[in-house]
Design a protein around this ligand. Structure first.
Ligand SMILES: [Ca+2]
Ligand SMILES: [Ca+2]
Length: 125
């Protein structure tokens, strides 16, 4: 009985450890096409993914207010809009919930979680 309990707690510790590592995911961890902005319904780039190469003023219902992780794989360069601003309402309205610089990947953000409805590419944040 004691041995069994130890095995269970050890497995729990491993799960907790791997969960922690996933939160601190290194750059380039997210699966997102080059040149696109990607959003996932779950944290740490999990669940269904939406991706865009341009702006979208009205996210489809399945991803609107469901976004929990984000990655900006936009192409960077002089004069290129390579930052992405996400807004809480359609038509780039309401508060900006999160803004990603080129190459930035965010596995979770408590302020922006499940709030996005639109986004636009911009020169800065
Ligand atoms: Ca979510
Ligand atoms: Ca919203």
């Amino acid at each position: 009985m004691i041995i069994k309990r130890f095995a269970v707690s050890a497995a729990a510790a491993v799960l907790a450890l791997s969960g922690g590592l996933a939160l601190a995911s290194p750059a380039g961890a997210a699966s997102c096409p080059s040149g696109e902005f990607c959003v996932w319904e779950n944290a740490n780039f999990g669940g269904q993914r939406a991706n865009w190469s341009g702006d979208d003023g009205w996210w489809e219902s399945w991803i609107a207010d469901t976004d929990s992780s984000w990655a900006n794989h936009g192409i960077s360069g002089p004069g290129i809009k390579d930052h992405v601003r996400v807004y809480e309402n359609s038509g780039q309205g309401g508060d900006m919930t999160i803004c990603l610089s080129p190459g930035q990947e965010v596995g979770y953000n408590g302020v922006a979680n499940d709030r996005g409805d639109s986004h636009t590419w911009a020169m800065n944040c």
